[in-house]
Ligand binder design. Sequence first.
Ligand code: CA2
Length: 151
Amino acid sequence: MTSILVLNGPNLNLLGTRQPEVYGRTTLEDIEAMCRANASEHCIRIGFEQSNHEGVLVDTIHAARGCHDGIILNAGAYTHTSLALMDALGAVDLPAIELHLSNVHAREDFRHVSHIARVCVGVICGFGAHGYILALDAMRAHLARDPEHGA
Ligand code: CA2
């Protein structure tokens, strides 16, 4: 059965509690429930994880090899700073999608830079919590096209 890791970076555990005008009122637990419902509808498995620590995110990406067929990563602010996450994604040879709740291109200049995008098959941003469902749909479609990782 196809399995997708949904990995969330720093501060995303605070979703729904602060800055609702930017990130909405949906909590990360709500998003996990939405992702699990979508996965079961499409008969796939998901892993759903969050860490505030760059090294833990690197370890989690490494551990995805052999367990998951693709990675959806909202790396939070590490998107804009982390060469370690870029290297980890490049090393595991799993298709990855970069995801953001907000439209990072409509925000501060430093959010326009992504070190992760170059090792991702695509980027989804600006659709709030629904972006997670868009990313799951996009990853399923991508895996279905790829005979090495297909269902
Ligand atoms: O839009 C996104 O999903 C981001 O990845 C969110 C990151 C930000 O650094 C990226 O540029 C874009 C920040 C996550 C912070 O989440 C909070 C949630 C509630 C309250 C405060 C922060």
